[in-house]
Ligand binder design. Structure first.
Ligand code: CA
Length: 229
């Protein structure tokens, strides 16, 4: 799961970043409206934590941008101004939740889990089973033919990414960016992607999975259903 923190206050931003990384999330940050706008336009996140008062703009305008771009990010507004107007206009504009400052990081984590669960319940693109493979994104668990298999964290993240997009051609760099974030060196990413996908394919095949991550030469990968033997 990938999260964007939009917050201009450095110490709060760092506290949130550290807490969410501990949860195993991929976390990116933006300190200004300008920076956040570029990230939202160029990348995809599962959840955006949005401060309203930014030095160069209003966070509510970013929320409008997210909705106008028809992105499926969950948005949680984090605002120092615990005013009814902010809360009402934020929720009116389509925010999923509102968390007034100051808050405890445990509360933030709980809200993130709650909005992502809600998104899944409304059938919002989270495929949890495909063929004989089932997974629980929150519990980090995978079953093949109802037997649990063990995956490393990044192997798991890659599998979640593919299971949300069956039969879609996934570009290597898009996958690397989604699973590792945009702050890691791209050349290293490709090497990691290759190694992790190789291990993931082996584990799925050994367990008798009826899905397979196929390499598409020159482009990337695609998750497909295969006939059981
Ligand atoms: Ca602020």
């Amino acid at each position: 799961m990938k999260i964007l923190i939009v917050e201009d206050e450095p110490s709060l931003r760092e506290i949130m970043q550290r807490a969410l990384k501990e949860e195993g999330y991929v976390v990116e940050t933006a300190a200004t409206y300008f920076e956040a706008d570029a990230k939202i336009a160029g990348y995809s996140y599962d959840c955006v934590l949005l401060d309203i008062m930014l030095p160069d703009g209003n966070g509510l305008r970013l929320l409008e941008r997210i909705k106008a771009l028809r992105k499926r990010e969950n948005v949680i507004i984090i605002s120092a101004r615990d005013s009814i107007e902010d809360k009402v206009s934020g929720l009116d504009l389509g925010a999923d939740d509102y968390l007034p400052k100051p808050f405890h990081t445990a509360e933030l984590k709980a809200r993130i889990k709650s909005v992502s669960r809600r998104g899944r319940n409304s059938g919002d693109g989270f495929a949890l089973t495909l063929g004989n493979v089932a997974l629980d994104p929150e519990g980090n668990r995978v079953w093949v033919q109802e037997r649990e298999i063990s995956l490393l964290k990044k192997e798991f993240d890659i599998l979640v990414y593919f299971m949300q997009r069956p039969n879609h051609l996934v570009d290597k760099s898009v996958l690397a960016e989604a699973v590792w974030g945009d702050h890691v060196d791209q050349a290293d990413n490709f090497h990691f992607v290759y190694a992790q996908i190789k291990n993931l394919r082996r584990k799925l095949a050994e367990a008798g999975a009826t899905i397979e991550i196929k390499a598409v030469y020159g482009f990337g990968y695609k998750l497909v259903l295969v006939e059981p033997e």
